[in-house]
Design a protein around this ligand. Structure first.
Ligand code: ZN
Length: 295
């Protein structure tokens, strides 16, 4: 397969060069710079012809309306490269689904990595977003792929690529970390189609470091229904088991830079008074970034 694609690329490259460089008709050999340029052009063409068309927003990670999501879409998963190194770390430490602890959906999976571990691009693609989100993803990247997926890599300690950079599957794109809303180093990994999150474990078997199948047929109605069911089932469960005050004091919150007690209380849905009591502090106590608060 590799040989075939390289040789067909070379043929295409020669054809294109024959068209584009009439001055040097005698040129027989294709030099590597030209080959690279042609690969880039082919990539750009395939890229612009997929479901996203010309929608290329490098500022907003979720710039799509749900109405533009195709009803069904066959996603080609061949060419997957697991984004985390070393077999023993390909461990899902937190699954896709509702998280009562935060009162919201976890829209990806967490994979165990250590700070400084290399993080790899899951497929060939192009870097769309490179940002920092203090209360969420931390340092993160969003890559768009030719197969219609976008992948998100969160809590990085370092981003190694730039916006608009074309990357190959398996290319190092960042280093694992613990930035943003994270408790311990891990990679938060999401797979989305036009902003709609798909459970990555439907696509990949992380323990086996492989795809679940060569293709995954995405069905918008089924996937949205499943997502809503998960979110509402979680909500119901949360209101029956977590609303009682007896359940407070079991969670920890790591203070972020610039946060005050009222901010934190509001974010966690508890009163400042409650936070003070639980942590043996006063309402005017200045809580430093990195401090753990019980709630
Ligand atoms: Zn996560």
């Amino acid at each position: 397969m590799l040989f075939l694609s390289i040789s067909s690329l070379a043929t295409q490259a020669q054809d294109l060069l024959a068209d584009q460089a009439p001055i040097d008709r005698k040129m027989k050999a294709v030099d590597s710079v030209a080959l690279e340029r042609i690969a880039q052009e082919r990539f750009e063409k395939n890229f612009s012809e997929n479901i996203y068309g010309s929608n290329w927003n490098t500022m907003n990670p979720f710039c799509y309306s749900s109405s533009s999501i195709p009803n069904t879409y066959k996603i080609d998963l061949r060419g997957f490269y697991i984004p985390v190194p070393n077999k023993k770390y390909a461990k899902v430490t937190s699954k896709f689904g509702y998280r009562p602890r935060f009162g919201r959906m976890h829209k990806g999976v967490d994979l165990k990595v250590y700070t400084g571990d290399t993080i790899y691009a899951a497929f060939d693609g192009k870097v769309r977003i490179k940002k920092y989100d203090a209360n969420g993803y931390g340092y993160y990247l969003v890559l768009r792929h030719e197969n219609g997926l976008e992948t998100i890599y969160g809590h990085l300690s370092k981003q190694l690529v730039n916006i608009n950079q074309v990357v190959k599957a398996g290319q190092p794109i960042g280093l694992g970390g613990n930035t943003g809303r994270s408790f311990g180093s891990h990679l938060h990994f999401e797979t989305r189609i036009m902003g709609h999150p798909i459970n990555p474990e439907l696509l990949f078997n992380f323990a086996m470091r492989d795809v679940t199948n060569d293709f995954y047929v995405f069905n918008k109605t089924a996937s949205q229904a499943n997502y809503n069911k998960m979110a509402s089932a979680g909500n119901k469960k949360a209101t029956t088991s977590e609303s009682a005050s007896t359940n407070t004091g079991k969670h920890w919150y790591k203070v972020k830079a610039g946060e005050s007690l009222p901010n934190i209380a509001k974010k966690l849905g508890v009163s400042v008074e409650q936070l003070c009591k639980q942590n043996n502090i006063k309402a005017n106590t200045i809580v430093k970034a990195g401090r753990l608060l019980k709630y």
